[in-house]
Structure formats: C-alpha cells, structure tokens
Design a protein around this ligand. Sequence first.
Ligand SMILES: Nc1ncnc2c1ncn2[C@@H]1O[C@H](COP(=O)(O)OP(=O)(O)OP(=O)(O)O)[C@@H](O)[C@H]1O
Ligand SMILES: Nc1nc2c(c(=O)[nH]1)N=C(CO)CN2
Length: 188
Amino acid sequence: MNETPNPHIIDADTLTGGFRPIRRVVVALGSNLGDRVANLQGALNAVADTPDLEVVGVSPVYESAAVGGPEGSPDFLNAVVVVDSTLHARTLLERALAIEDAFGRVRTEPGAPRTLDVDLVVVGDKVIEEDDFVLPHPRAHERAFVVLPWASVDADGVIPGQGRVGDLAGEVDTTTITRVHGLELRIE
Ligand SMILES: Nc1ncnc2c1ncn2[C@@H]1O[C@H](COP(=O)(O)OP(=O)(O)OP(=O)(O)O)[C@@H](O)[C@H]1O
Ligand SMILES: Nc1nc2c(c(=O)[nH]1)N=C(CO)CN2
C-alpha cells in the first residue's frame, strides 16, 4: 500500500483560509431531569447563538420512556435541531459539550438521568471513528426519540450508512413515544 497522501485530494477540514463547506448538521436534544422544557428551550437558544451556524429546522417535542439507564429513570423530552454550519465537526462537538455543561449536566454513570444531553447525530456525510467522537452517532438510527422528531422536520434527511430518516422512522420501536402537543420550541 502506498501510504503517501495524494496531494491532489484535500480533506475540506484541512483547508486554511477563506473557504469551508457548509454542512447540514443534525443535533439531538434530550432532558430527563429538572425543568425539562426550559432545558430544551435553553439548549435551542444556545445552539442558535453559535457563530457560523444557522438553524434551519426545529422539531416538535417528543416524550418517551428512558431507553437504558438505571431502573426507574424519569421519562425524557427530546427534540432535534437541524442546522447548516461551516464549523469543523470537532468544534461542533466541543460546543455541544459546553452547552451540556452550561445546563448543569453532571457526568456520572452512563445512562444516568441528565438535565441536558446534546448529541451530534450527523455532520453532513462525515464519518469519524475516534475514541471520544463517532459520526454518525452510532445509536441514532435505532432511536425513536431521534428519528421521529428529525423525520417530522426533514423526512429526506440521511444517516450515512443507515438510510433515509423517513424510512428509519417506520422501522424503530415506537412503543413509548408520543408527540407533546401544544409545546413548541422557539428561538428567543
Ligand atoms: N456524535 C457524538 N455526539 C455527542 N457526543 C459524542 C459523539 N460521539 C462521541 N461522543 C462522546 O460521548 C461522550 C459521552 O456522551 P454522553 O455521556 O452524552 O453519552 P450518553 O448520552 O450517556 O449515551 P449515548 O452516546 O448513547 O447518547 C461525550 O463526552 C462525547 O465525547
Ligand atoms: N427516551 C430517551 N432515552 C434515552 C435518551 C433520550 O434522549 N431519550 N438518551 C440516552 C443517552 O443519550 C439514553 N436513553
């Protein structure tokens, strides 16, 4: 195998200077601790306040039983925010973790109840497999609380390697999930 990088193929993320591609990014929000509506609403505002990022869609809010996590975990509220951004994928991850921290997220055991979860579901068609960062999010395609809200704002969205989100929405387990009527997140 020739390990020498081909100088004619440039990963857009390594470009310096003015040009950066705009990517469609899907951000999943979840909360099952504290004032869940205020947490989701605040997270949406924080996402929208990010430089070099434009919100193009906000899903309805869905409620569902906690998948995994300790016995008796409270139900979650979830929503999905669709954005266009020129930010690097890793910059988006750092921003997501900072927003979680700003909402009092305490990191204990995996699956523990949390005031706010901000996951990057997809960043365009980027595929990343690093210890602390995986794209597309490896469990998103099987999660009703991700694909239902996302499909409701963009059924033609795609999870690379998994398919069209409108189709995935017909395949996931929807046993406990319901749309919360009369509640809409808005950018304030
Ligand atoms: N696509 C991604 N979006 C957000 N975090 C990610 C992603 N890929 C890897 N991570 C890493 O996952 C770590 C733990 O995330 P977190 O504690 O929110 O997991 P979880 O919400 O309990 O489980 P899940 O990952 O199944 O949603 C984060 O610190 C982050 O570095
Ligand atoms: N219903 C629901 N269950 C979950 C959720 C979530 O957001 N909603 N997030 C998890 C870890 O990210 C684990 N389980």
